[in-house]
Structures are given as C-alpha cells and as structure tokens.
Design a protein around this ligand. Sequence first.
Ligand code: IFM
Length: 444
Amino acid sequence: MKISLPSDSKMHSKEFTFGVATASFQIEGAADSRLPCIWDTFCATPDKIRDGSDGKQACEHVALWKDDVELIESLGVDAYRLSISWGRVINQDGSLNQEGVSFYTNLMDNLIARGIKVYATLYHWDLPQHIEDQGGWLNRKTAYLFQDYADKITQALGDRVHSYATLNEPFCSSYLGYEIGIHAPGLATKAYGRKSAHHLLLAHGLAMQVIQKNCPNALNGIVLNFTPCYPYSDKPADIKASQIADDYFNQWYIKPIMNGKYPEIINDFDDGDKPDIEPGDMDIISQPIDFLGINFYTRAVYQACSENQFEQIDMKDAPKTDIGWEIYPAAFTDLLTSLHNTYTLPPIYITENGAAMDDKIVDDAVNDLDRLEYYQAHLNAVNDAIEQGVKIDGYFAWSLMDNFEWAEGYLKRFGIVYVDYQTQKRTIKHSGLAYRDFISQRAE
Ligand code: IFM
C-alpha cells in the first residue's frame, strides 16, 4: 500500500515541508552527561511508568546520532524536528555546558550538510530537577530561567536552526504534570494546573522576546496539542459540556497567545484556582509568533455531568490505536478549519501526528498497514483543510523512531522506524518506506 494525495494537492509542492520528529528525553539516553530532570525522578518513583523503565538509555541517540542522521536522510525528509535538553546545555549555575552544546551543534551541522532543515523545540518536558526543587512551573521565576536558557542556547546555536519552538504541548506539562499527576513531576492539585500553565505561557512569551532578537531570520513560535471535543448527543447540556471541555483543554493554551486572554470559563473558577496573572503578563504572552505548531492524534467525546460539568465518554466500538486513542481523522480537518475561523493565525505546521500500533517485526520487516492507513487518512484530512483555505506549510510524522513513551515506557511504539531496544537496531517500517516514497515523488 502507498500513500497518495490528489494530484492537485498543495502538499505535493516542494514548498510544503515534510519531516520527522523526536524529543530529547525520549531518544537521547546518556543521562550521565546531563543534569537530572523531572522525568528521571518520576521514572525512579514506583508505579509511575507502566513497564518500570526510564530514559537512561532510550534509543542511545547521543551515541548513535551519526547513524540516526543517515537514517533521517534515507527517508528523504526536508526537515527534522528535535528538542534540546535544557539540562544537557545549561549547568546548574546557569552557564552553558560546552559539551552538551557541541552535541547539538555537531548534530545540526551534519543535518544541514545533508540539506535537512532543523526545527528545534526548547522545552519538551525535561525540566531540570534542581529547578523543580524550587517549585518548578509553579514558581514564576522558572519562566525567567527559561528565558535565560533560551537566550544563551539560541546565541550558541547561531543560524543552524531554521525554526524554534519555545514549548511543546504546555497542556501536557501543566495539566498532566501538575493537575492530575500522571506525568512528571506527578503533582495532582486542581489549582496547580492553571498556575503552572500561566508560568509556561509566560515563559513562552519571555523566550520569544530573546529568540526574535537573537534569531530574527528563524521561524519562531510554539507547539500546542489539541484534542477536539465533541458532544455525545445533540442535547444542549452535552453541547455545552463539550464546549467547556474545549475551553479547559484546548482554547486555554491558544487564546492567551492569539488574543491575550484566557477563555471566559476563568470567571467561573474559585479565586484559589485562578492563575496568578501580573500586570503586563498577557502582553508578553500574546506577542506575535511566526508559526503555530499543531500536534493532533485523536478527539474526545463529552457528556454533561453535574459534578464536574463535563465527563469524557469512551467510544467503545470506535477504531482505536494501540494506546487506546480513537482514530477519527475528520476531527483533524474540523480542528484546523475551526482554529482558522476563530483566530488570526500565522502559518501552521503540523508538528506531530502519528499512531502507536502493536508492531511485530518478522524477517527484519514491520508490516504496519494499520499505521500506514492512519497516515493516509490524516494526510487527507490536512489536505482537506488546506483546500478549505487553511494555511498549512508543513507536516512532521511522530515519530522518527520508537522511543520512550512517557508513562507508557517502551510499551507503545509510535515510530515509522522500529527500534530493537536490546540491540539498538533500527528497521524502517512499511509506513516509513511509504512515507519516504510519497515524499520522493513530489514535484521539484
Ligand atoms: O510521545 C508524545 C510526544 O512526546 C508529545 N506528543 C504526543 C506524543 C505521543 O503521545
């Protein structure tokens, strides 16, 4: 089976960027050559990671990066999205760690020499533990430490980076990490979710100021994840429930950036649950961005519930990926068109999209037709949105290779390349070969 799009699709143009994505903690390993981070601590806490694993070795990318660059090149992609480990490049006293910086400059130089553009995210969840010990994202000072890190690393990397994203998915850092505690640092207090989210968004704005100054020619922005919310029925109460959920999980992160305001539901919160907003914060958060990164995997369905206002329904008979997420590509088009109609957006990049599947390696091959179908359907959905007038300039498959899937450990495989964690052998899956073939047949 092949990937194909209508012959007049704008995604066939070489102007459209195709890439693959990873993140530092999920692939790098080499934990001894960086500062400990909140995910090291979380992994060392009993019962937090389903298979009891950690990120100490992961895909050993710090050792194997040259092979991995060859692998990326062999896929024929235009760009590689990676994240920088804060604790690999900044020492505890705030100075640059030259060894860590060299790791990234060598990697980037090698990618650039092969014509592969670098899309770098500065924060993909691996907060140095010593900063968490001072309150982490609940402490306003962390936003300023992030600005300082962004300032130093963007100067050090120079013009190697084509595009900087400040944060990846602040929803996950704040809600999963501080409000319900299923991600690091594992705190579970309702008010913490909104308070940490505000400091993350402030960090984004403060970092944008220095990145735009240091790298005015790079494409600079933020990556947000969205799980579009649908009502379980046509009943007004269910529709209202899905709207509240949407404000809480999705609009909460984009509206401050695009419109300088939190959604109206903030007015319904108890005072103690509101974020600590200081004068000028919303202006810092809402300064212009050059691009918006969107990560999409699935949708969620809600019904009204008197206790919590909304309650998620498990769509039992719906097709799902191996991580239990419903496969519903129409929600991707709906999301993109609705964001386009709601906000005045900069160009969009799909910075993550992909599926965990129960892969089997047989005779050195992984025949992951289920993942391939997922990609086909979701590329169609992106194409539909473009046809409806949404400006989308790129698409990154999540992920280049199987890796540490956070609280699921190594049990869930999202790669288009299979990783044997015993031998570290990489095998391009059928979906990866199809992605490569699709990319290679684009017009010059
Ligand atoms: O693996 C994660 C990634 O780190 C962030 N976005 C979602 C992916 C799949 O869960």
